[in-house]
Design a protein around this ligand. Sequence first.
Ligand SMILES: Nc1ncnc2c1ncn2[C@@H]1O[C@H](COP(=O)(O)OP(=O)(O)O)[C@@H](O)[C@H]1O
Ligand SMILES: O=P(O)(O)OC[C@H](O)CO
Length: 495
Amino acid sequence: MSKKVILALDQGTTSSRTIAYNSEGKPIETSQQDFEQIFPKNGWVEHNPKAIWESQLKTIESVLSKNIDVEDVAGIGITNQRETTIVWNRDTGEPIHNAIVWQDRRTASYCDELKAKGHEEMIQEKTGLIIDAYFSATKLRWLLKNVEGAMELAKEGKLCFGTVDTWLIYKLTDGDVFVTDVSNASRTMLFNIRTLKWDRKLLELFDIPKDILPEVKSSSEIYGYTRLFGAEIPIAGIAGDQQAALFGQLCTKKGMAKNTYGTGCFLLMNTGKKPVLSQNQLLTTIAWQINGKTYYALEGSVFVGGAAVQWLRDGINLIDHAKEIEALASSVPNSDNVIVVPAFTGLGAPYWDPYARGSIMGISRGTKKGHIARATLEGIALQVYDIVKAMENDSNMKIKELRVDGGASANNLLLQIQSDIFECDVIRPTNLETTALGAAYLAGLAVGMFKNKKELKKHWEKDAIFEPNTNKEGQLKLIKQWHKAVKRSKNWLED
Ligand SMILES: Nc1ncnc2c1ncn2[C@@H]1O[C@H](COP(=O)(O)OP(=O)(O)O)[C@@H](O)[C@H]1O
Ligand SMILES: O=P(O)(O)OC[C@H](O)CO
């Protein structure tokens, strides 16, 4: 009998998960495990690579212990927090330092130096990225320069660098396989998204010996086998988590877009087989490569999305549970000129202002909790609106519908507000675990459990569609007030 289960490993910033999918793309077993967040200094964020691996391993073992026969597993797909940088010893497999997490800002001043030296244009042209501590290159450089002896070992070919996908595959194959995929490589700032190769000039600029880098593969093929679970299982799909979600939402055609409303928001638009460089501070990234065809995406990230609701809950106790915001915000018909700019950690795309801070404006004697709650949801949706507009401008394409997922997409009012603001349909699928699903699809295609994209499209089911209301005047006023409030929130911290 043919094999009928795919395991998707979803290694996220705060937890590791394994989800088993059947041949209809339905989740049948799940396991999740949190792991420690390490904050050695203000602005520094680290993970212990062994904790990443051990938490992931436990979730795989847990899923396999629940009614799943390992002999039925057709393949493993991996999706991961992106940019997070790990370096380990090639012979022993021992990490030389904790992983430096994507949120870590320790290389911000070096990034300022790079900008001052005029490297911005060259880096955007080659990598599609803007210079920022977010990406792996400056983190890897920091490790090689600050861990004693690391640069010498790297030059002798004795160290391996990887994003989390590479590290997990290295562990799953007991050190046999040292690879990444194009979507993860495109987040390092060392990879040329046009030639699809590590870029010699960038390696020189960051002083990175080439031997430290993994081989770059497509997003859907057999990379190797794991023998850790009592049967030989092919590892057959890799994609960074936001790209995997784009695939899991089946945004496989040019112009299709998804937004994930999690702690932050990540909006990606498939731009087809050619990279589109942004004039509006968005990122150009590789979506995936399948059967030799490379697809690109434009990406915009909002740092504080659902986290604004967390702040209402934990910071000022306006609500006890995140889901209560919907009823509170619905208790008023509009936000009565109140605007919340959730720039708690600065503003991401398209503003990229680390010195901006959050604000609540337009408060009057009549302002009630409901207005603040509603304005918070509007603040999330308006940040997404700004990215959509920048994306439409860069790509010369109109987004006709937005597919959504993530924890806060459970909020119907938020999605209705989103639809009203940018006057397009917002569609929520029944399966909101699109990241893991995308990885399962990529692996399933490689091992033949799924035939082609056409078959996958049959799996996609709509849960709800939010269509725009036509109060155009009201929306325009809101957008105008929003931009006024953003302007006043920018550059708040002067140093
Ligand atoms: N009903 C809701 N309305 C608005 N925000 C919500 C709701 N439920 C959860 N959230 C927010 O969604 C976020 C969690 O989403 P999730 O996708 O699990 O995040 P992540 O994967 O980034 O950890 C939290 O910030 C939470 O405040
Ligand atoms: O782990 P998540 O879901 O917070 O995603 C992190 C992103 O990949 C960072 O670029």
